[in-house]
Write a protein that binds this ligand. Sequence first.
Ligand code: ADP
Ligand code: MG
Length: 343
Amino acid sequence: MPFSLFGLFGNDLAMDLGTANTLVFAKGRGIVVNEPSVVAIRRSDQEIVAYGAEAKEMVGRTPGEITTVRPLRDGVIADFELAERMIRYFVRKVQGSRFVRPRMAIAIPSGITEVEKRAVRDSAEHAGAREVYLVDEPMAAAIGVGLPVEEPAGSMIVDIGGGTTEIAVISLSGIVTDISIRIAGDEMNDSIIQYLKRKHNLLIGENTAEQIKVTIGSVPPHKGEGKLTIKGRDIVAGIPRTVEITGEEVQEALAEAVTAIIDSVKLCLERTPPELSADILDRGVILSGGGALLKGLDERLRQETGLPVFIADDPLTCVVRGTGKILEDLPRYEKVLTKVKRY
Ligand code: ADP
Ligand code: MG
């Protein structure tokens, strides 16, 4: 049966299985799931008690009986079983009791191993998918922002997620040069936690660190503006205390992670064949993923590389939108799909 006929009957789904957020796009309906990739588990019987946003709210404030887990932490699948159950939950949530099994296209971090790819595919099949297509995250992001990936000209995409930053040069539907580092949003949050511990003797949790980053975080040459009063626990006295943190301090805390990302972009440029570098000089670098929203990062990259730098429209959704485009035109995008061997 031609693809279009399947499209009429099926309920095809595209998924961005991110280390921080999982998004699902349903053909004809748009984005139907946009939740943190987090599950909360009860220790005594290992039952999952919450998924997504509800589970994320519990991070750092769970009673001893409950623990929160991010199955894809650091861009690898840290826990296969939980990853599978999470995929299944999100698929069922949008599938309801539909009769037709969906086809699924899933964007995966490009650093994951063959074994992990099979695990993702198998999980999606267990969740009810009739066919599963995998695509590397930077490729999906590039298609999501509308880059002409099929042309013989180079495009560079820098996707800064939670666990990993993926830098890729794409040409002729393939990834030519690719660097994936485990320094991204989580590492920035962690740097803020360490900074407050060191400079203010204050312990804060992951969610508070993220809130600081998102509200007053920035990168020079952006002015480190604003301040925020935050609550935490005094390391010495052990009691709750508030501290005021300034935008400049956050810049100091983030400096190392930002430098690592910029250095990797430069390294990727050095490894790019000269003809494609020339293309990138013309077309510039596109930033995607939640980290693209860090104020001043685009300007800083512009200064350090001399290249035009653009932030993707709605950088948090461009991977799932790209995966959706692939799903809607599989014959056209066949070349960009990642093959996973069956045994
Ligand atoms: P993943 O693809 O790994 O799931 P996302 O692309 O969803 O990651 O991005 C999530 C990361 O982006 C988180 O670390 C989050 O803190 C960060 N982020 C979201 N919004 C902002 C913002 N405005 N400024 C800086 N970082 C942000
Ligand atoms: Mg992502």
